[in-house]
Design a protein around this ligand. Sequence first.
Ligand code: CTP
Length: 487
Amino acid sequence: MDPLRILNEPVFLTLSRVADTSGMEVYVIGGFVRDLMLGSPSKDIDILVIGDGVAFAGQVAAALKSRPKVTVYKTFGTASLKYREDQEWDIEFVGARKESYTLSSRKPEVEAGTLADDQLRRDFTINAMALGLNSDNYGHLLDPFGGLEDLRLGIIRTPRDPFITFSDDPLRMMRAVRFATRFGFSIHPEVFESIRQNAQRLSIVSMERIIDELNKTIACRIPSRGFNLMRDSGLLKEFFPEFEALAGTEYIDGKGHKDNFRHTLEVLDKLSQRTDNLWLRWAALLHDIAKPPTRRFDPAQGWTFHGHEHLGAKMVKTLFRRFKLPLNEKMEYVARLVQLHLRPIALVDEEVTDSAIRRLLFEAGELTEDLMMLCEADITSKNPEKVRRYLRNFEYVKQRMKDVETRDRVRNFQPPVSGEAIMEVFGIPPSYPVGVIKNTIKDAILDGMIRNDYDEAFTLMLETGKKNGLNPATDAEVCREKFRIQP
Ligand code: CTP
């Protein structure tokens, strides 16, 4: 099928008409053209105007039926609008420029330029292709650096000497990795060598931009590709040395341990086959992050990583802060998964009690499914028989978790007796004994001493209070009805 048939869409015809009537030279350029040539056109259109991009945006908006609002970004000299037809288009307008950056800063000195100037200043040949939109060159591909051929060959290459391209904006080194990962392309050897030499220049790029690219790499189908490229090129250690530290195996007395860099990436890839949830992918990435600092060699036990799940959960918070990732429930989610990641596999044992299963369900709560997905991906070994056996046992744990949950409903556990009821029955203010009684009830339920049931919990409350020297009010049985939780 002809990829260019998209140019028959009314939105492109309008762009073309306005370009002709205003006498401006206009192109569609960048990622849109690249994705079009790959057969998956995006909804984001980048329009390049030889002249004033912002003024052209205004004229286009006036010519479109819905008269969309134009947003102008003064600092960048760009404008954008959203336009809805059968689908929503996001159109960004920019005037062609000749740009040069000083070595020590990201602030470009911008001058107006030609199409050729603008294509030359772009990051990769595959991102520098343009299609004419004026009637005299409508749909003509302008591809001065062989971007189409590089798409066909699967190569990431820069229009200029890569040293200049990366000096202009060192973030492009991360972008090279991201596009190589997304499309399964290789990075041209000269470009790769240039990344190795310039990796340190990533230090002048803001953390937000680096992590934005990293997240896009993590979101790819096989994210390990990106991490291997980042490691081999020296980019990874510039901003994430803790992850690089996972690499390697040490032997003492002939005993080695897993290479946790490779292991982590295997877990990440396996998990990524099952979920697009970025934060669950982050949990996979960080689940063993504290193995290097907790690693010890014990002559009897061999290599140990005691407490790596606890330290790992703490490291999640430190890393999120440094990476300017959201310090909200997303961070808590990742930290809790890291904290709990050893628990399900510890239950792979016939002897395990219902009580241990209830405790895990209680602690994991809403995260149970995601935790199980993470742990299943965490089962890796060079020995396929071992993996098969573990997975079989893991299925058994999952089934038991289901059975226990159906019976005892502990996953979204709400204490059957409230603190308010305890205070009224014993006539006490908010105080330490209220917590003691609540915990006793919770533990009794999780340990299977009583059922997760209001009456059983109420009776245990009366007994526990008495044991702690508290006297129930005379109307304790009336309270039983008053505070009864309606199922
Ligand atoms: N670009 C560049 N250098 C950068 C960022 C962007 O040269 N550091 C250029 C590229 O030509 C790119 C275009 O600006 O194609 C748009 O950038 P962006 O929207 O970030 O990426 P896309 O290539 O459109 O890809 P995607 O939307 O998939 O991220």
